[in-house]
Design a protein around this ligand. Sequence first.
Ligand code: 0RA
Length: 643
Amino acid sequence: MAKQPETLTYDASTIQVLEGLEAVRRRPGMYVGGTDVRALHHLIYEVVDNAIDEALAGACDRIEVIIHKDSSVSVIDNGRGIPVDIHPQTGKPALEVVMTTLHAGAKFGQKGGYKVSGGLHGVGVSAVNALSEWCEVEVRRGGKIYRQRYERGRPVTPVEVVGKTKPNDTGTRVTFKYDPTIFKNVDYRFETLVQRLREMAFVTRGVWIRFVDERIEREMNFYFEGGIVAFVRYLNRHRSPLHPVVYGHRVIDDVEVEIALQYTDAYTESVYSFANTIHTVDGGTHLTGFRSALTRTLNDYARKHGLLKENEPNLTGDDTREGLTAIVSIKHPDPQFESQTKVKLMNPEVQTYVQQVTSETLMDFLENNPSAAKAIIQKCLLSARARAAARKARELVIRKSALESGTLPGKLADCSSRDRERTELYIVEGISAGGSAKQARDRHFQAVLPLRGKILNVEKARLDKALNNKEIQALITALGTGVGEDFDVSKLRYNKVIIMCDADVDGNHIRTLLLTFFFRYMPKLIEEGHLYIAQPPLYRIEHKKKVWYAYSDEEKDQIVLRLQKNGARDGAIRVQRYKGLGEMNPQQLWETTMDPDRRTLVQVTVEDAAEADRMFDILMGPAVPPRRQFIQRHARHVRNLDV
Ligand code: 0RA
């Protein structure tokens, strides 16, 4: 059947072939990704890929891989067998062309319904041949057994008929010994091959792969009727699944898409993607499509069924991957890989296809299995919360180290005394009020830290935002205590920390924010009675050059009534309502709000930590009345504290 020349003649096509194989030997990196142990294994994968291609074409259901004692390898399949008839363009047997010509693999047999191929862009088995010290191929086809031998890629025998077999016994046996002058100091690893061959068996349902390592006399057999569903079950064999494996399968535009997924109570993600049975280690468009569909579908379902409340943010990709085990496997007639080593799939259309299959399959499962759906969503929510907590803790650590620099903030007008029993820090809202306070204070024992009100004056400012705020950071540094777990009250630089804000809405907000901050990050400061709220007067009452201050409406009414009883004319009593600290001159500010002999301070107290936690919600909640109640209930008025 095949032409059998007496001697091997070197014609033009032969020279081309030799140049091609020489190129592979000179630059193995371009064809198998190098000369290391990974590339060495690649030789086996390349031949097995060809056999798997036969399986994908429905022509093969049995593959054997045998590592012999001398580290030569046989890959045996029961596919159609490499064609042996004369190839018209070269006048040579197809077998020789396939084994010696680059890009002559799958493309060659396209007419034979050879649609899907994992082969290396058709570089294929000829590259393995080129990198082998010797190689022998035996083909069973058309009732005959053919054989050819090669050394370093060159044929050293013609394609010969070496025997007979039954017409329906077809297949290929490739035996090769890697070239030790190219692959130095390396050898095959049993475990690496076991893993890869197992994967291939999983994603090629119904193929039996037998693996024998004669060097160590070990044998493994892989056959998975369940395909990738069995793969997911296998990966989860030591974990506790939350539901049965979800499986989807569809062919869209000649691209076969298969997905299988299952959540367990674990925290790790085990998602593997395959393209034409090749494990795409770096993922690609199929994996991207799967992930985006997964997150979107879970969010859609969770919203629709009220498992995610309106005020809760969407689950993120990270949230939906914890505890997830999944296989995404696609088979494409023309796969585009990022590199020769086939680790990342690039075909853009595949993303949409996988998205479609994943969304439909998963939504269908969720709608029909509400209790499993609930378990999955709850698992995702739990991981979202854990992630948020971890992030906060991390940010706090970063912030803490930034705050431990020890240099006092520039805006702080410190006091001269270091007598911790007497010193006070006024935290003042607004730059102008801060200026007045600096002039009004007794600089011997009173320090002033102005805070830019506008920055903090965000309605319901988030606490973590506040912690990132430069103003709050200045405050922490000024106090000297550190924050959170590292808070050390013995390092507190002042005996009294006094919040001084306007008595208006803005002042209320900033006070609430500061209180919340202290509750959360410096509860000890409150427990040990160091935190106070200054009480600027609401009214100034003047009569005949004499001045009174009132801190409430009732107090104002009482003063006015007393003056009237003493015969004061209405026109002679001047009542001024203070809208803010800025309306007072330094002298007035001193007399009314800062002079220890005349001021009113509200001491903030907290009974216990549990109580403080509840208060946090009250303080940060949107409703104003409970917040006001809180401040009234947990603060006690102490007039003339130092008297
Ligand atoms: C070219 C064309 C066909 C099959 C193969 C090569 C082939 C290569 C290898 C390598 C190892 N095992 C293999 N099995 C097949 C198509 C054959 C046809 O159409 O009949």
